[in-house]
Design a binder for this molecule. Sequence first.
Ligand code: M5T
Ligand code: MG
Length: 241
Amino acid sequence: RLIKGEVVLKNVTFGYVPGKVVLKNINVTAKPGQKIAFVGSTGAGKTTITNLINRFYEIDEGEILIDGINIKNIKKDSLRSNIAMVLQDTHLFSGTVRENIRYGRLDATDEEVIEAAKIACAHSFIERLPQGYDTVLEGDGANLSQGERQLLNIARAAISKAPILILDEATSSVDTRTEKYIERGMDQLMKNRTTFVIAHRLSTVRNADLIIVLEHGEIIEQGTHEELLALGGRYYQLYTG
Ligand code: M5T
Ligand code: MG
């Protein structure tokens, strides 16, 4: 592994277009291996924070550091191989299921591919495909269901050795039964990685080391699940619905 996975956002301010601030003065410190959750209403800026950690956009003010290095000074390739992600919109390419799981891990053996698929609860549906792991996916996995595509993205994250993991509604398209079944796999996926998790279902964020509540691009509360419930503020409202 290239990096340990400490991620620090310092006074980060950002907008997609000039004059419209989406994130205001965000400070977050994730120690290696910690699980940090972002919660808040639609449009609060949760996905935007992960877009910035991925350096999909340049920030306007402040800095983002990984293991003390400003991400502006980390090569994009290196950033890519150190951050694994499972997002709401899946990313697959025309190629076999095996190739899609292996992705950047070109050294991964067939056994490792199967192991990753099992962690993601994807093994059984893959086996039922016409050519199993050798089935060719059409562009962006058009011949799979949305939930199956997400499971393949989870398998890809599982095989990756990236020390940083981003989960943005990672199981949003998976049915409730599979989601329950996959919980252990998700824990295995997050083990020993710095994880940023976004989920509407608050039950998946309860055990985070730190929960950050965003509203209109600002951090309004942060703490553990117990601390935030005791606070009786926005998180409490969201949680008790
Ligand atoms: C925060 C705007 C969006 C919203 C704000 C991704 C994206 C967002 N926005 C853009 O203008 N361009 C973009 O490419 O930024 O949006 P978010 O960070 O996506 O919010 P969220 O993840 O907390 O919301 P949700 O619905 O996923 O829970 O004003 O228009
Ligand atoms: Mg989002």
